[in-house]
Design a protein around this ligand. Structure first.
Ligand code: CA
Length: 526
């Protein structure tokens, strides 16, 4: 035991002492990696980014002790595609998972497989959502499909388990159990991937009353009329106004006259008014008692108020936001438990911890929930990392980083060579101030249309530090250009505005260049 401690102490000195490690030095110390990801967590719902909505003390602690990326984005803002990008370090058109219909080809090269080959113990706990069986893990325990908020069914190394409890807490506990059982002769990489705060935002009982009685402010673009933009912004189906009263807003059938919303399915998939009742039947009697004690009162008040028009819309917004933010409170608790475990096990100084989401989310901006669009709220994703020894706490980086960069970054920290085929870039040198040639623009491409939910038209585009150019295609041919400095809410489309002609030309040229660089040059109609 004493020998192990001495070896570990020497390793720490090596890791802490080299800000510009040569390759051979990088390989001497191999940090553990804990990669925590939530699902649909907007930057605006983390207090390290802004204090306007929620206090997330544990995620904030990571930022206080590490680096926060203020301009972190995804390349395709939807669940499964973002996960595939993170695993492979390749854009959707090359990893071939372009939308949620596709199945991940698990035979592809991933950073997980490379770390395992190089001697890491690899574990995946939580939401996987890629349809194919996880490859490259010594141990996995994943939710089936989207998973449920309570009493989840999970698959552990091929065997199905029925678990009882609140899923966010279960995922954290399963991760800690595996960490306790880890192979102490190997460095480890642990993926802790939450379902929360994905729709339908069912909170943990202890947070039912969080934000009760508080008025959550409406974003400035809540009543957006989409007037300067293409049909894409108007013809989506992701308005809070159209949410399901039952499953989204948690009303049981006895409190609803009839289900009114489209819920994002453009009436193809309207749910019956007892849809929430059916979900609640999965709860244990004890869980159900706690649930009804709070949500029946919500239902009674709703029925009594008999709301319509703007009052009803604002009620929907408050109801949505309360449950969304409550679901995040449990995710934050989980981050705290993992950081505490690292402290208790004296591994904090040798373990990298990364927190991110698979993309951002609309919290009422443009009147919406969900993601998909290349507009800021869903293009952005939180990214906070604690890198012991290499960066001091409270660091902020403003450069454009992408979910595409995670695979090469993890490989870099682990001292494993980054394969040519990976298209992202390691930000290891960027965060220490030793990369003066970082990207100045990002490339984006979204595909899930006309199938799937929410009817956001196909589009691709680029964003620089100030401007954004988007091309919507498929059953439309429309361009949008935004000046993010003058118009951060993206309500004023400047495409073909003569004052922006030179900028538009530069952006179009840069877009062509990026499509070539990333090899996304096939026909846009396939
Ligand atoms: Ca997601």
């Amino acid at each position: 035991m004493r020998i192990l401690i001495i070896i570990s102490a020497i390793s720490l000195i090596v890791f802490a002492g080299c800000n510009h490690p040569q390759k051979s030095e990088k390989q001497q110390f191999r940090p553990n990696i804990i990669f925590i990801m939530s699902d649909d967590h907007a930057q605006r719902a983390i207090s390290a980014y802004t204090r306007e909505l929620i206090h997330t003390p544990n995620i904030d602690r990571l930022a206080e002790e590490g680096v926060l990326f203020s301009n972190s984005f995804v390349t395709n803002s939807i669940c499964a595609p973002s996960r595939a990008v993170m695993l492979t370090g390749r854009y959707s058109h090359l990893n071939r998972l372009r939308d949620n219909r596709d199945r991940f080809d698990g035979d592809q090269l991933t950073w997980i497989k490379l770390l395992r080959q190089s001697g890491y113990q690899t574990t995946m706990i939580g939401k996987w959502h890629l349809k194919s069986e996880p490859q490259g893990f010594d141990h996995y325990n994943i939710l089936i499909g989207q998973g449920s908020y309570y009493n989840p069914r999970m698959v552990e190394n091929g065997d199905t388990l029925n678990l009882e409890g609140y899923t966010t807490s279960i995922i954290t506990e399963l991760a800690l159990n595996q960490l306790d059982k880890r192979d102490r002769d190997k460095p480890f990489v642990m993926l802790v991937h939450h379902k929360a705060p994905h729709r339908n935002w069912m909170p943990e009982p202890k947070y039912f009353e969080l934000f009760e009685g508080e008025e959550i402010p409406l974003p400035s673009t809540f009543f957006d009329d989409y007037s300067t933009r293409s049909a894409a912004a108007r013809e989506q189906d992701m308005r809070i106004a159209d949410m399901f009263l039952s499953t989204d807003l948690k009303l049981r059938s006895e409190y609803i006259e009839k289900e009114t919303g489209t819920g994002g399915g453009s009436k193809k998939w309207v749910v019956p008014k007892d849809a929430m009742d059916k979900q609640l039947n999965r709860l244990t009697p004890e869980q159900r008692k706690l649930w009804d004690a709070y949500y029946d009162e919500v239902g009674r008040k709703f029925k009594e108020a008999n709301l319509s028009g703007r009052e009803l819309l604002e009620w929907k917004y408050q109801r949505y936001m309360q449950d969304y933010l409550r679901s995040i409170a449990s995710v934050d608790d989980g981050v705290g438990k993992i950081l505490d475990w690292l402290d208790e096990n004296k591994l904090a100084d040798s373990t990298i911890v990364v927190y991110t989401s698979d993309q951002g989310f609309y919290l009422g901006e443009h009147g919406w929930y969900d993601k998909r669009f290349m507009y800021e709220e869903s293009l952005r994703t939180p990214l906070i990392a604690r890198i012991p020894g290499e960066i001091s706490g409270g660091t902020t980086r403003n450069e454009i980083v992408l979910n595409l960069d995670l695979a090469p970054t993890f490989l870099d920290y682990a001292g494993v060579e980054i394969p040519e085929e990976m298209q992202g870039r390691s930000w290891r040198d960027l965060v220490t101030g030793n990369d003066n040639n970082w990207r100045k623009s990002l490339y984006y491409h979204y595909y899930e249309y006309p199938h799937g939910w929410h009817y956001v038209k196909r589009h691709y585009g680029i964003r620089t530090d100030r401007y954004k150019l988007i091309h919507f295609y498929n059953d439309i041919d429309a361009w949008e250009l935004y000046d993010l400095e003058n118009d951060p809410g993206e309500v004023n489309n400047l495409y073909e505005d003569p004052e922006y002609a030179a900028i538009q030309q530069e952006l179009e040229d840069e877009l062509k260049r990026l499509r070539n660089v990333y090899g996304d040059t096939l026909s846009l109609q396939d």
